[in-house]
Design a protein around this ligand. Structure first.
Ligand code: NAP
Length: 429
């Protein structure tokens, strides 16, 4: 007998949980259930393709996946088949590690006008997520506006302005690579609703914006004058120094083809355009005196990178942001949650380490071996519902092929659709 554990989702928090369970050397059978064909979630589809060193953690997770006690069920969507209830009936422990993948809304008219995208859509598009490959964002425009002052906003801006040389060694998909290099974009605005000292960018990411080959990073005119020096503490001083290394627009000696402009204290209040976006109206938030001050930026694309929410899961209680309600990662006896689904969309990949260790420890402490069928019954449910799931062995083949078929300096050439994947698997048997 062994403890039967199901993990729903296959991103970093799922794999840190698996890793810790394996380390504990308990007698267990772990099944990772993922709704698309490929594992690794945010690492494969969220982390920017030009940040390969961050993606290296996949090698560690790969070792966990290859463990003989671990199996993988790709293209199996929990809540279609099987449900959470079915899983809790057949497994001793079930862990919900589904992350947060819905864009937070700007609560203006961004969904009514073409050319406005949430960061989930844009990031998944350039990273080759099978649900977003057809997005075809409008890059046939000179100006892009990005709303939000976090690292995701920076990722989107950087990808819009990098040149061919800078995209070498990335695992960007071929279609996104081609579209981005052919894009007409010359100017990208990054808009923050608060000031430079409130921005959530981390120093490495902001510094990178000053090192781009074809693009200057600048601050909007008046930015430095508006920074309250009294608020500078040790933590903020570094970020302040890097940001203020960028000139204000009026002082730019423009020697590069593209510009990223950081504009603070502005919030979007209306997307302009009839069918396709032609601009965005921003309200100045700097002081009460500017209560009625608005700016219009003409643009052909807007990306909203203002954070994420969780999707509803039937029978699971959540707060308004889609964060699962739990106590110390326990939803109820035998049902756990981990990662962004449990604590909201913040932190880097490594932040999930602690979560994964905690949930693994709960399982080790609380769960005793039983006669639950686990994997055998899961396979039966999947087969009875004619789901052609991707097994661990098939994923290994897909992964090898992605690496083998890549050309030049690209480390892999991702499969981006089920059609492609099943066609490849059929011909490789
Ligand atoms: P984030 O860091 O929480 O930033 C969200 C930004 O959106 C904030 O500037 C926030 O402003 C702004 N915002 C929220 N609601 C808004 C609204 N209604 N109007 C205008 N602005 C609004 O989120 P994120 O960029 O999505 O990143 C998520 C997590 O992943 C973060 O922890 C991030 O560090 C991490 N990440 C890391 C990397 C990396 O290490 N390279 C890359 C990508 C992501 P306020 O501060 O005013 O709320």
């Amino acid at each position: 007998m062994s403890i039967k554990i199901a993990i729903i989702g296959s991103g970093p928090s799922a794999f840190y949980t698996v890793q810790n369970l394996l380390k504990a050397d308990i007698n267990c059978e772990i099944d990772i259930i993922e709704k698309i064909f490929s594992p690794y979630g945010l690492i494969r589809y969220g982390v920017a393709p030009d940040h390969q060193s961050t993606k290296n953690i996949i090698r560690v997770f790969e070792r966990a996946l290859l463990n003989e006690n671990v199996q993988y069920f790709g293209n199996v969507e929990v809540n279609k088949t099987p449900s959470i209830e079915q899983l809790t009936n057949i497994y001793d422990a079930v862990v919900i590690a589904t992350g947060m993948s819905k864009d937070r809304s700007l609560n203006i008219n961004e969904n009514e006008i073409k050319g406005c995208y949430g960061a989930t859509e844009f990031v998944n598009w350039y990273n080759g997520h099978p649900h977003y490959k057809e997005l075809n964002p409008n890059l046939n425009t000179k100006t892009a506006v990005i709303i939000g002052n976090g690292n995701v906003a920076i990722d989107c801006a950087r990808l819009l302005v990098k040149n061919k040389e800078e995209l070498q060694n990335s695992d960007i998909t071929t279609y996104a690579h081609k579209s981005l290099l052919n894009s007409k974009i010359e100017k990208v605005y990054i808009i923050g609703r608060r000031g430079p000292l409130d921005a959530k960018f981390t120093t490495v990411e902001i510094r990178e914006m000053g090192e781009l080959l074809d693009c200057n990073a600048v601050l909007s005119n008046g930015t430095i004058r508006n920074i309250d020096q009294n608020l500078l503490n040790d933590d903020l001083a570094k970020q302040y120094k890097i940001l203020t290394n960028f000139p204000e627009l009026k002082n730019l000696k423009n020697d590069k083809k593209k510009i990223v402009e950081f504009k603070f204290y502005n919030s979007p209040v209306e997307i302009l355009g009839n069918d396709q976006i032609t601009g965005v109206k921003l309200k100045n938030n700097f002081s009460d005196k500017n209560d009625n001050e608005y700016n219009i930026i003409d643009c052909g694309i807007l990306i909203s990178a203002i954070g994420y929410e969780g999707n509803k899961i039937p029978e699971i209680k959540m707060d308004d942001s889609g964060m699962i309600l739990h106590k110390d990662n326990i939803i109820k006896n035998g049902l756990y949650t981990v990662g962004w689904a449990s604590r909201g969309p913040t932190g880097v990949i490594g932040t999930n380490k602690h979560d994964g260790a905690k949930v693994a420890q709960h399982i080790i402490n609380d769960i005793k071996e039983s006669n639950k069928p686990g994997r055998t019954k899961l396979k039966e449910l999947i087969i009875n519902n004619t789901i052609d799931y991707i097994s661990k062995e098939e994923w290994i083949l897909i992964n090898k092929e992605e690496i083998n078929r890549s050309t030049g300096s690209f480390p892999r050439s991702k499969f981006t659709s089920n059609e492609e994947v099943y066609h490849f698997l059929k011909n490789s048997k």
